[in-house]
Structure formats: C-alpha cells, structure tokens
Design a binder for this molecule. Structure first.
Ligand code: F0G
Length: 461
C-alpha cells in the first residue's frame, strides 16, 4: 500500500454563501474578447468564468466582517467605525496617525503631492503602475533600485523584492540626498511577481536613510504576504507570529500607504498611517478636498468596520498559509507541464512568462496581452497583462518602455476559489501552451494617455 508522506492542509473556513458563475461557449468568448479589444480589463465580468484578474477588492469577506457591515455608523463626522479602525491600525501596524481613503491610489495621490517637489527622485523596489504615475504627476522621477534578479523571471532568489544597496547608494551620490523625496518601498513587490523583501535588507536600507536623513515609506498593501515569506524563509523569524513580523517591519518606516482591497479582505478601502505628524496634518487637510471628511475619507462607516475586522483576520497564520498555499498549489501543478513562470511563486499570483510561452511573438506585438486573451478564449479564465502595455511610455521621450518581464498575472482573490477551480485553470493554460505555435500577436489600435493597460484596445494581427 502507498504510504502517506504528510498530511495536507485545507482552508480554515467553510462556504456559507455561494455566487453562481456563468459558463460560456468558445463562440461566445470569441465574440466577447473581440468586442473587448483583446483587453481582459474590458470584458464584462458576466462573461468570465474564473476571474483571476486581480485580488483587489475581489475577496470574500467573513461572516464577522459582514456582521460588522450591519453595525455601520454612517455619521458624517466621527463615526465609531472610524475609531475602531484607528485602534486596529495602531495595534496591528504600530502607527499613531491615520487617514482613511477610498482606495490605495487616493493615498498615493495625496502622499505624492505632499512629499514630492518637481525635480525630486523617488527610489523604490520596482515600479507599480499607479504609484509611479502619481509620483510623476507630482513632478518626481521614480528610480528602480531593486536587485537585478527581480528582472529575471526564472532566477530563483528568496527575496527578489530586496533593494540593491549599491544602486541605492549610487543614486544618493548622483542626485544628492536632498533631492530624494522619500524611499518608496513595497512589500510584496507586485510587478516582480509578488516577491518579498527580507528584514535584513530593510534594516540595511534603514541604516542608509537614517544616515542621510531620507524619509522611508512603505507600500504595505500586501505586507501580510511579505511577513509570511519572512517567517518561512528568513533566519530568526520561524517562531515569530505574522502580527509581530508586521509590527517589526512597520517600526522601521516613517509611514505606510495601503490599498485595503488586498490583505484586509474587503471590497473597497485604503489608508495612510504614519508617525510623521507633519505629513499626517497635511494629509488630513488634503483628504477633505479629494475624498471626504478625515473620519471617513470616501468610505462608508460600514466599509471601515469591515476593514477593522479584516485587519484582525489578516494576521491569522492559518489564513495567510492557505492563501499563499493556494498560489503555490497552482504553480506546482503548472510546473509539472513545464509552463514558463516567475520563480519562486509569489504571494498573490502566478506570473506566466509570456516571452518564453510565445517566443515567436515580438514584444512590440504584445505577447502577454495576447496570452491573456488566448487563455480567456480557451476557458473563460481571466488574467491580466503585466508587460510592455502596463509599463507605458517614458514621460520625457514618449517612447515605449521595454520591461524585461513580459508577464500574464493570474491573481487569486482571497477565500474565493476552490482547488477544483485551480485545476481547471491549470488545464486551460496547459492546453493553450500545447497549441501555442498557432497563436498570433496583436497591434494596439487605441491608447489612452494614462495607465493604458486599463482601457487600451487591440486587434489581431
Ligand atoms: N499598490 C499596490 C502594490 C497595488 O497592488 C495597488 C493596486 C495599489 C497600490 C493601488 O491601490 O487599486 O486600491 O487604488 N493593485 C491592483 C492590482 C489594482 O490588481 O494589483 P488601489
């Protein structure tokens, strides 16, 4: 008899409510993707079977979060949910001040306007689309100082989100510390494949920012996943709780901004949290112009309650273990079929390497955009492009950036899909891979000025 090697784990929750999804035919999908200009962002969600577009705002809330929604205090000013959320931000992130926003990019907008002067530089561990755009709109220039390994899909490295300390020092030397608005670190690094930084690397960065008096800020949108990888991969953290690791990470930063639509497992929300009273005062003042009063920031009281309760759940080990475990399960199954992917597998998504998947399609013909459309066509599984379309154009020369990573992201909403959904996804990708030689690229026929990947349109070559 075959012996069991080890006991497998399962999700620490069961399903109480279900939402039916539509099954479509290949003919229906062919029309839908053509109508959407071969851009998965422009598909109707009703035409999607398994939606792996993003983990942003697409998570399943717990019964406790839904119960909290009924306790929304919808006062214009001073809602009790705001105070509950504030208490939890102090307790779980360790910052005394906090300003709510309706989502992450609203926080990015305000922080960029407050902290960046035209001509400033903002170093960070690889760009994120909205973050960089807001930094540029404020007159700044984002400088990528992530380690080289992060730009190489197959290169195995436990902490691909790390800063390259030499690149960072070189920038300070070249630009001068005064010209650096702040350091914009992210954990995990979305565009690198959901890759973490290590605590040791963060401490090195902190040493330098302290030496030069540079402000250190964190995009803490997926900090729980980063903390999980530190616990699993870094010496000295095995027996620390996720909560303690998050608190230690935050202790090194002047402040954080967060899209709560990810780790906090809510459908909407964001915030800024900081120990810098000046930035806090400026943000608290600015939020009333763009978002709403500083005690709701574009959110309903019920949304803030769901966020407060989501924070309590995000630090639970079994929860994050199951979340990252599901991503890993998908990656390992794809690996059995030699599907080219970013390695190691990230925290929130599997990233297919479209350059290797479709080597006959030039980057100017959008291999990742093409691949995302082909997978949808095959099975109704929706992923997204993270390559040349997402990278946009150079703000000075107007030329396309040519990122080394040309990827399709299959992103897992938290607590939403089952292992059987993952199996179907894997089968579809394998089928597309087996038929890859007949796939043709795309040409762009409509290009919006900002964040073109959201609304750009394409035609089949
Ligand atoms: N920072 C990171 C690391 C993000 O992943 C996102 C959003 C934002 C900031 C902006 O937050 O969407 O609430 O305004 N990422 C989504 C994604 C859109 O699909 O990865 P937002």
């Amino acid at each position: 008899m075959k012996k069991l090697k080890k006991r497998s784990w399962a999700e620490p929750f069961k399903i109480k409510v279900v939402e039916p999804i539509k099954m479509t035919t290949q003919t229906q999908r062919a029309k839908a993707i053509k109508d959407a200009g071969y851009n998965t962002f422009l598909l109707k969600s009703d035409d999607v079977y398994i939606d792996l577009l993003t983990d942003s705002g697409t998570n399943a809330m717990s019964d406790n979060q839904w119960a909290g929604m009924m306790l929304g205090d919808e006062a214009y000013a001073g809602s009790k949910n705001f105070y509950h959320l504030w208490d939890n931000i102090k307790k779980y992130y360790g910052f005394p001040y906090f300003v709510p926003t309706h989502q992450g990019r609203a926080a990015e907008h305000m922080l960029s306007q407050i902290m960046i002067k035209p001509g400033d530089y903002i170093p960070g561990n690889m760009y994120f689309t909205t973050t960089k755009l807001h930094q540029e709109l404020a007159g700044g220039t984002f400088v990528d100082v992530i380690i080289d390994e992060a730009h190489n899909a197959e290169k195995e490295h436990l902490f691909k989100g790390n800063f390259d300390i030499q690149k960072f020092k070189d920038l300070i030397k070249k630009a001068g510390a005064k010209k650096i608005a702040y350091v914009s670190m992210a954990g995990t690094v979305n565009m690198a494949g959901g890759q973490p930084f290590s605590m040791a690397n963060l401490k090195q960065v902190k040493k330098i920012t302290d030496k030069y008096g540079i402000r250190l800020w964190l995009d803490a949108t997926r900090i729980t996943e980063n903390a999980y990888f530190i616990k699993k991969r870094e010496r000295g953290y095995k027996s620390k709780s996720i909560g303690d690791i998050i608190l230690e990470i935050c202790s090194y930063f002047d402040g954080i901004w967060v899209s709560a639509k990810k780790d906090l497992m809510v459908n909407i929300g964001g915030f800024i949290a900081t120990r810098d009273k000046k930035v806090y005062d400026a943000a608290r003042n600015m939020v009333v112009v763009y978002e709403g009063l500083h005690t709701y920031g574009g959110l309903a009281g019920r949304d803030m309650e769901a966020m407060a309760r989501g924070i309590e759940e995000m630090v639970l080990y079994d929860n994050i273990h199951a979340r990252v475990g599901q991503v890993e399960y998908c990656g390992k199954r794809l690996e059995e079929f030699n599907i080219p992917m970013v390695k190691p597998f990230g925290g929130h998504a599997i990233f297919l390497d479209a350059k290797k998947f479709l080597p006959h399609i030039k980057q100017e013909e959008f291999p990742a955009q093409t691949l995302a459309a082909e997978i949808y066509l095959d099975s109704g599984v929706r992923g997204m492009e993270r390559g040349i379309v997402s990278a946009g154009r150079d703000k000075k020369t107007g030329k396309n950036h040519h990122p080394k990573l040309e990827l399709v992201r299959l992103t897992f909403p938290r607590r939403v899909y089952t292992q059987a959904h993952i199996d179907v996804t894997v089968e579809s990708i394998v089928e597309v891979y087996q038929n890859r030689k007949s796939i043709k690229g795309l040409k762009m026929v409509y290009e919006p000025e900002y964040l073109r990947f959201f609304q750009g349109r394409f035609k089949k070559l």
